[in-house]
Design a binder for this molecule. Structure first.
Ligand SMILES: NC(=O)c1ccc[n+]([C@@H]2O[C@H](COP(=O)([O-])OP(=O)(O)OC[C@H]3O[C@@H](n4cnc5c(N)ncnc54)[C@H](OP(=O)(O)O)[C@@H]3O)[C@@H](O)[C@H]2O)c1
Length: 378
């Protein structure tokens, strides 16, 4: 194995976003504790022989990237750090011991479990909100299925979450009906596509008809508004019951939490599986720096769980993967294979240059985005 000469893509000095300290909230962090700073060109002499340098072309602006800026995530770097859990780009340099399958000039996506701010160890310092990043060659995959850079950096985390929830935990079967909350979100839309691929009927919920129309065009069978114009939760269980002939759904995929979880309990059949994915509607319940306004925002009544014979399943993808690392390779291989076959294609509604990182992060946090939002450093 030989070290290849620097490519035409080898990064010049560039720029990176830096979070200097955690904010009280993501919006506070974006306004007061982030900046765009110069980034010196990488020096291969300082890198490991198995490293690669990626000239970043697109970085996903994800919910977890936002949460991290207020100190609310289980695995994260200490500030100052560069955000950007998942990114894609071009291999600009490979170390002499990097695996043979990685070549300079390859278009790749980078595995956020093994590199970037969610990873543990040396590569945590290299986020995707930057001109370049360094990753171990094991973290790099060729972009499958002709996906664009923007789509590629929205693949792994979102579809792995959907897979862990719907397949590993939910055991979703062909012919079953699944109610997907937050269906316009990055993980929600991945869940819609995956549930359809598995042969299920999808009832999607959201707060705005325009975003639900986009979810329908991505394959959902039905769309139901979960809230009224004033933001209060609707009796959407009546619509769901009507769509299921009065029976209720087999599975709930709940990435929203709060009142929407409670209303969902009226929309399920006896013995349904209730997948706890997240709580996008009550984001300030975790520990860390940040407001702590709603410690009891996500409480399910045990009487209804009992009387409906429900299986409530917590679905923390990253934590479960850390507990059982063997669960990951088959999941990863299946998602890459489906993407390669054109069966899974991330939807990206918003694109920003790196210099507009604040606008991008605000757009994501305020719910303007359908599916993915990306930053393009070059
Ligand atoms: N379990 C896991 O392993 C795992 C992994 C990744 C993420 N998550 C969690 O899953 C949740 C969704 O993540 P994501 O990446 O899909 O986020 P996202 O892209 O921001 O999407 C969240 C969706 O939730 C809906 N939503 C947001 N605030 C709401 C509110 N107040 N009331 C009702 N609906 C609301 C929005 O849909 P509308 O605007 O259409 O209503 C939005 O599209 C988060 O809580 C995240 O932490 C869990």
């Amino acid at each position: 194995m030989t070290q290849e000469a620097p490519s035409p893509n080898f990064p010049e000095p560039g720029l990176r976003v830096v979070v200097s300290e955690f904010g009280e909230t993501p919006l506070d962090a974006i306004e007061h504790h982030t900046s765009l700073e110069p980034m010196p060109a990488p020096d291969p002499a300082t890198l490991d022989a198995r490293d690669v340098v990626i000239a970043v072309r697109s970085a996903s602006v994800g919910w977890v990237d936002l949460l991290m800026t207020s100190g609310q995530y289980q695995h994260m770097p200490k500030p100052p750090y560069c955000p950007g859990l998942e990114y894609s780009g071009i291999v600009a340099w490979r170390g002499p011991a990097a695996r043979e399958s990685v070549s300079v000039g390859d278009s790749v996506l980078v595995d956020g479990f093994l590199a970037g701010p969610r990873s543990l160890g040396n590569y945590q310092q290299y986020g995707g909100f930057a001109s370049y990043a360094v990753a171990p060659a094991e973290a790099v995959h060729r972009i499958p299925g002709g996906l664009s850079f923007d789509q590629a950096c929205n693949l792994l985390g979102n579809y792995e979450t959907a897979y862990h929830c719907l397949v590993t935990r939910g055991a979703l079967q062909p012919g079953e009906t699944v109610l997907i909350h937050g269906a316009s979100g990055a993980t929600g839309l991945a869940a819609v596509q995956l549930a359809k691929l598995l042969g299920a009927t999808v009832i999607a919920t959201g707060r705005t008809q325009s975003k639900l129309d986009a979810v329908l065009s991505e394959g959902a069978d039905h769309a139901v508004l979960a809230t009224d114009a004033d933001g209060s939760t609707r009796r959407f269980s009546e619509d769901v019951k009507a769509l299921t002939g009065g029976r209720g759904v087999d599975v709930v995929y709940d990435g929203v939490g709060g009142e929407i979880s409670l209303e969902s309990l009226r929309a399920v059949r006896f013995g349904a599986r209730f997948l706890i994915v997240g709580w996008a509607s009550t984001p300030f319940v975790a520990r860390g720096k940040g407001l702590r306004g709603a410690p009891n925002a996500n409480v399910l009544p045990t009487n209804l769980l009992l009387m409906k014979g429900l299986d409530v399943l917590g679905c923390p993808t990253a934590i479960s993967t850390a507990q059982d690392p063997h669960s990951r390779p088959p999941r990863l291989a299946q998602i890459l294979a489906w993407a390669d076959a054109g069966e899974l294609r991330p939807h990206v509604s918003h694109r920003f240059p790196l210099s507009e990182y604040r606008e991008a992060m605000r757009a994501k946090w305020s719910g303007e985005v359908t599916g993915g939002c990306v930053l393009r450093p070059a």
